[in-house]
Design a protein around this ligand. Structure first.
Ligand code: AHR
Length: 307
């Protein structure tokens, strides 16, 4: 039961399909849809694999049920995009005891439980938050007076916690930069719009919206337009993800910058599973390489965006 997590059990059968169970969060954003498509394309187009895919509709309890069902079906590997960071110990211990490797995809779990999964494949969300702040400080000037609305992702999600942390730490030394309001928009366009609408009714003295994903940023763009202001000009809009819709909004001058976050993780997950089966040592964190897009660079990149 307490085998080291990075070594493939030697007695796994060969020559038959590798069965992978994937516990997805849901379909809250364009980014999430792109991740789901990448996983399905990768495993469904390879006859060596069989994919069992579960959509938890944003509920951790559904993800836990899916993992238990994968364990009961004796899958060869489990992929998990954890909706929130905490509360995974029991079920991941069950997978470990069953000798099934778990790969965390895109979001991580609370630190200190690294023995419960094989590898984490995904982005550095703290760095994304820092990059958002860096763009803002360079664009508006380190000494400017700036009121910021922060649209946070799902409460308890590593993507929300870390993007907030990276951003807030990066502006901490700049007294003129104030987060006047910070509220969850649950990573959806509809809630991003709703939160922004409500805030604009109270106060329009905002210079920046920092949204933890592009969908919420695009929701805020709509709310700002409906309030009679110009997003991108009157209020600078920062998003994270790099979805096509954000590139289009930047081209139209309605959004200013998107911090890329790669959802096309299917091929990396497949490679990690194959490496694991060959008994190779896997990195604890397989990190995505990402860029920051604004201005002409975003306009030039738009035709080639894959998601
Ligand atoms: O975990 C990654 C985040 O989850 C993406 O930024 C967001 O769009 C998604 O829902």
């Amino acid at each position: 039961a307490n085998e080291p997590t990075n070594a493939a059990p030697a007695d796994k059968p060969t020559g038959k399909k590798i069965v992978v169970g994937f516990a997805q969060i849901g379909a809250e954003s364009g980014w999430r849809d792109a991740e789901t498509a990448s996983i399905k394309e990768t495993f469904e187009n390879d006859s060596n694999f069989e994919l069992k895919f579960s959509d938890a509709q944003q509920k951790q309890e559904n993800q836990i049920k899916a993992i238990r069902s994968f364990i009961a079906q004796k899958v060869d590997a489990i992929g998990l995009a954890p909706v929130v960071e905490s509360g995974w110990e029991t079920v991941l211990k069950e997978a470990k005891d069953a000798g099934i490797p778990v790969f965390l995809l895109d979001r991580s779990i609370t630190a200190g439980h690294e023995d419960l999964y094989t590898s984490f494949i995904g982005s550095d969300f703290v760095l994304e938050g820092q990059n958002a702040a860096k763009w803002m400080l360079e664009e508006l000037g380190a000494d400017a007076k700036v009121n910021i609305v922060q649209l946070e992702g799902t409460v308890g999600a590593s993507a929300a916690n870390d993007r907030k942390k990276g951003f807030e730490e990066a502006i901490a030394g700049h007294a003129g930069y104030k987060i006047v309001y910070s509220q969850t928009g649950d990573f959806t366009r509809a809630k991003g719009k709703e939160v922004m609408e409500a805030y604009l009714k109270k106060d329009k003295n905002i210079q920046v919206v920092y949204a933890h994903n592009d969908d919420m940023a695009l929701g805020a763009v709509q709310a700002i337009e409906e309030a009679g202001l110009k997003p991108g000009t009157d209020i600078k809009i920062i998003g994270v993800d790099g979805i096509k819709g954000a590139f289009e909004a930047i081209s139209q001058g309605k959004m200013n910058v998107t911090i890329e976050c790669n959802p096309l993780l299917g091929p990396q997950l497949k490679q990690a599973i194959l490496d694991y089966k060959e008994g190779k040592e896997l990195p604890r964190w397989i990190k995505s390489e990402e860029d920051v897009y604004f201005g002409q660079k975003a306009i030039d990149a738009l035709p080639n965006r894959k998601y």
